[in-house]
Structure formats: structure tokens, C-alpha cells
Design a protein around this ligand. Sequence first.
Ligand SMILES: Cc1ncc(COP(=O)(O)O)c(C=O)c1O
Length: 279
Amino acid sequence: MSIFRPGYRCRVTYVLLLDGLRRVDATEPVLRADDLGVLRGESVFETIRVAGGKPAFLDAHLRRMRTSAQRIDLALPDGWDALARAACEGVDEGVLRLVCTKGPPPTGFAVVTDIPAETLAAREHGVRVMTLTLGITASQRAAAPWLLGGVKSTSYAGNMATIRHAKAEGCDDAIWVSSDGQLLEAPTATVAVVREGTLLTPPPSVGILAGTTLEAVLALDLVPVTVRPVTAEELHQADEVMLLSSVRGVAPVSWLDGRELGIGPVTRRLRDAFEASLH
Ligand SMILES: Cc1ncc(COP(=O)(O)O)c(C=O)c1O
């Protein structure tokens, strides 16, 4: 059975073994049933865009994967760069997932799939988004490292439940706000807003994941940027809102909590420049 929803095609699976790489059939089981990644969600992962046959921003993803592994005390094996590059061979555009379970022993694997049509549509036409509370203050997640804010572990059931809730309410996605009214992140994306021509986005110190897409967009140096805590009020008054993530890229938020935003000029510019930078 595919681990992905219907419509996702698993094209390539590689397993990272201590003695090297092995390409396996996508239907072949690669994990033990007693792996802590399976039993407790103690795994780390990265979702990476494959563009022009290469894993985009691989170094940044591998750096973050190492940090995530340290945070959950997972002994990450070596060999990820070679695994990622091998898995992308012959794949022009797609999604590369790198996963490492805790085991013991840890099992590393790579899976390549197509980019879902829904993702491409979101990038082009935008997404309808509602804010939802994460139920804690912005400082609590940072002050309680065991809540694993900023860690890309496979304990994403809450993230997926958030998106399901938003979809049940007629939206495409959600943005989390803290119980003290701060903008946090989306369940699978960084959030940035535009106010008076400046891009505002919250810092990782509010307990959010440090996004590689945001990092790449900021490196393009196209607009003035301020990284600082952003309130939910500022989010609601923003001229433009966007979600940034590896595969969707820069996705315009075209509707937020009942307000039509359309696709603004800054979002369009950043989205198009980011796409151009990948090819
Ligand atoms: C919670 C969360 N925040 C932000 C991001 C964006 O990170 P990136 O731009 O590296 O894909 C993701 C990506 O999946 C995420 O899961």
C-alpha cells in the first residue's frame, strides 16, 4: 500500500544502509515494526523539491535534518548527500523525501514522488486560509524544548489534523496563531506578510521551523525584510500574505479569514523569482 494519498506515485525508493545505498522496489517494506519511528513517531524528515534533476537547497535541508535529529536524540547515519543525489537521478521535477527513523538501529530512506496537481494549483492560483490557534503562547514553545517546536519530526499528526480541520471548513490550509495573538507558522509552511512594501516574518525563536524556502527567498534580496515577532492583528491587516515551503514554493494566500486578498505584486514577484532561481 502506498504511504501517500491516491494520486501520488512513488517513483523511486532508496534505503540507506550502513554498507551503502540500495535501490528497492517502492512496494518493498523497509522498516521494522518495532522501530521507534513507527511506534512513537521518533523520526526526522525533510521534504525537498527536485528541480532540473537536482535536490534544491540540499545543504540547507541536511543541516536542518541534523539539528532535528539532535533535538530528538537520534543518531543520524552518514551518507545523506549521496542518497539524495542517487534518488534524484533521472528525475526532472518531483518531490524528494528523506526520512530517518530512530530504530534502533536508525533506518534512512529516500522516496521520490510526483508533485501533486493541488500543489501546483496552490502556487499558481493561491490558497484560501483560516487562522487556527495552537493553544499556547509564543514563548511557551521556545521555553519548552520538549514540545519540539522547530523540529521536523514525523510526529506531524497534529499538523495534518489542522489542515483537515481547515479543509472541513472550506479552506485549503491554516495558519497557526499563538494564544497570545502572535503569528506562528502554517502546518507545512513558513508565513510572511507584506506591509507597506516590507516583508515581515516571525523569527524561529517563537518556536517555529526555520524554513529553507524563506532563507532562499531572502537571499534573492528583492524586497526590504524585517524578521521580528508579528501579531495576528498585523497578519489580518497585511496587504499581502504568503506561505513559503519547499515544494509549493511561494504560495499566495488569496483569502484569509473572510478577506479577499488576491495575489499581490510582491508575492507574485517573489514567487516568480524563486521559481526562476530553481531552473
Ligand atoms: C511546520 C513547518 N514550517 C515551515 C515549513 C517550511 O520549510 P521549508 O521551506 O524548508 O520547506 C515546513 C515545511 O514542511 C513545515 O513543516
